[in-house]
Ligand binder design. Structure first.
Ligand code: NAX
Length: 328
């Protein structure tokens, strides 16, 4: 049988962790024939809670789960990691300025980047979920000089899946009829969900919708602000849907995107579509043989161009802020 893949998960005692770990251990992420070894990272005060989650994982008797280790030391938790899901981060609390948020997370992601650099496996793949996800990934990547840059990604798959769901409801077609959805830019309210390249049953989604008012006034803001709407309705932020998106992201990265489709991942830019090189920005990507590549040569009309540019400008601002703090 296959040898286990080592999966490190940070923020393991948090809300997303509570959904994510069970999906990973069940085989939903790496497939039904790949055993997994979990390595959980938490801050010291949450180690007891992480232990409780590990007890529940044990109680599931998952056939694919070959072991669980828990630590509050990134050097231990990332030892031999082949997949690292960086979920834990410092949430924005009342009265906290954006600069405070960036610097609190800067401390976390510089340290975790260095620990990944020194202790993870050679075939490491990193997904950053903790917000601000793109910039946290940028910080980790820049603090892991020995890890190839393309191994660092951030999550916009939840936004992508939200866009699929909104479009599916609008056109009354199943999500399986939709191809080529794209989220461009930052995982934030400036992100641009693009219906001009998406297709429903092989036709351009924007044309199937045929309602610019809905596209601009409903679809785009609904996807951009869905996180806030979930908090409003549920009293806590998206957790199971975020975990599901993380599973989708890693599964497609490892096992490949379907031949007739692409997905959205925030990845280090190579300058494609005018996005400054090295920024972690969301693009349409295909995956094959464990590597992603940015879909090339899509035409962006003026409407799309302006929205991509606005979100990328926000990423540049965040990069400049953390660069100014000496975090890169
Ligand atoms: P929770 O606050 O429930 O859990 C976070 C956990 O991380 C806590 O248990 C905390 O102790 C732990 N933690 C904090 N600092 C840590 C460190 N240095 N090392 C290890 N663990 C650490 O948050 P949850 O709802 O699980 O969300 C986690 C993160 O995902 C947040 O930053 C959130 O903003 C972000 N999200 C990102 C999304 C995306 O699409 N990219 C969507 C969902 C979610 O909002």
């Amino acid at each position: 049988s296959q040898s286990p893949v080592t999966v490190a998960v940070t923020g393991a005692a948090g809300q997303i962790g509570y959904s994510l770990l069970f999906r990973i251990a069940s085989g939903a992420m790496l497939g039904p024939s790949t055993p997994v070894r979990l390595r959980l990272l938490e801050i010291t005060p949450a180690l007891g809670a992480a232990q409780g989650v590990a007890m529940e994982l044990d109680d599931c008797a998952f056939p694919l789960l070959s072991g669980i280790d828990i630590s509050d030391d990134p050097a231990v938790a990332f030892d031999g990691a082949q997949v690292a899901l960086l979920v834990g981060s410092r949430p924005r609390t009342k009265g906290m300025e954006r600069g405070d948020l960036l610097s609190a997370n800067g401390a976390i992601f510089t340290g975790q980047g260095k620990a990944l650099n020194d202790h993870a496996a050679d075939d490491l793949k990193v997904l950053v979920v903790g917000n601000p996800a793109n910039t946290n990934a940028l910080i980790a990547m820049n603090n892991a000089p020995d890890v190839p840059r393309e191994r660092f990604t951030a999550m916009t798959r939840l936004d992508h899946n939200r866009a699929l769901a909104q479009l599916s409801a609008k056109v009354a077609a199943p999500v399986t009829d939709i191809r080529h959805m794209t989220i461009w830019g930052n995982h934030s309210a400036t992100q641009y969900p693009d219906l001009f390249h998406a297709e429903v049953g092989g036709r351009v989604a924007a044309e199937v919708v045929d309602d610019q008012q809905w596209l601009e006034g409903t679809f785009i803001p609904t996807v951009q602000k869905r996180g806030a709407a979930i908090i409003e309705a549920r009293g806590s932020s998206s957790a199971a849907s975020a975990a599901s998106a993380a599973v989708d992201h890693v599964r497609d990265w490892v096992h490949g995107t379907p031949a007739d489709d692409w997905t959205s991942m925030a990845v280090p830019s190579d300058g494609s579509y005018g996005v400054p090189e090295g920024l972690i920005s969301s693009f349409p990507v295909t995956c094959a043989d464990g590597a992603w590549s940015i879909v090339q040569d899509l035409e962006l009309d003026e409407f799309s161009r302006a929205r991509v540019d606005a979100s990328v400008a926000e990423l540049v601002e965040e990069r400049d802020a953390v660069q100014g703090m000496g975090l890169l």
